[in-house]
Design a protein around this ligand. Sequence first.
Ligand code: OGA
Ligand code: NI
Length: 342
Amino acid sequence: MATTKLFVTDISSSVDYLPSKFIRQEFDRPNLHEVQSEKESIPLIDLQDDHRDIIKRIGQACEFDGFFQVKNHGIPERLINNMIRISKEYFGLPESERLKNYSNDPSKSVRLSTSFNVKTEKVANWRDFLRLHCYPLEDYVNEWPSNPPSFREDVAEYCTSMRGLALRLLESISESLGLNKDYINKALHKQAQHMAINYYPPCPQPELTYGLPVHTDPNLITILLQDDVPGLQVLRNGKWIAVNPMPGTFIVNIGDQIEVLSNGRYKSVKHRAVVNCNRERISVPTFYCPSPDSMIQPAEELIDDEHHAVYRGFTYGDYYQKFWNRGLATENCLDMFKASTA
Ligand code: OGA
Ligand code: NI
């Protein structure tokens, strides 16, 4: 069935079969029956444990998994529930209201879009997303949607609180690398924080498409809040593992910039989101980032005669532009910044 609707939010309820623009070629499908589902798929770290234990476990998780979950993280449950609620309300608004925020330009600081990058991709993904820049808050909050009425207030409170958690995790990651605990925070200059609200409606044929195809995150670290519907999968030893929702926890993953700062010791691991036929799914990643003018390079303390710099220096602005323009499915963005290609 042909459809002229822009957002999957609106397509979802009007189709019995997946429209052709979402259908992946056979070699590129999620093979859902091959995905492993374990109880503790990635390490679970209690942030109220002994400080030295936390540093050790975070270091191990960053080195071997690229992903971990945190509990007892100090973010109030009220903020988390409000964030999920307001996300559902936003995507429940009439199409005409949502269209006011639409843009396909990845450089915009507030935009609602669909798929990943509609300008560069050939096959569409079963996802709509609202992306917001959120630090410094006062520079951006007045551009955010003002409908639902409490949107700005709820989201501002959430992302301010998440910034505290991100900075704390970055200190622990610095320490786990044997660096001063403020090493990474200093390397970021003014810093930046973005967030997305991903909305994955029920999909008539989930085995033929993705919510978000395989990728690594271009930023430093991502802290993901997901509702109670599974969909996130991470790659481990060539196999896809489902990271099923665990109430009260956040999922943390290392992005490309930590891989560079750690000179390849910590891994920015591939992951993807799949969809299902029954239930809508919301996920809310907080992307903690260097500011665009930050110079990113492997930490000098980690370079010696035996450990040559794997990556060359670059500004985060350059990296970020390459990330969006190259299209998700093609080359790993990090490979374009290897020292040998300088
Ligand atoms: C992302 C991402 C996973 C999810 O937005 O970068 O990986 O479960 N999301 O939505
Ligand atoms: Ni991601």
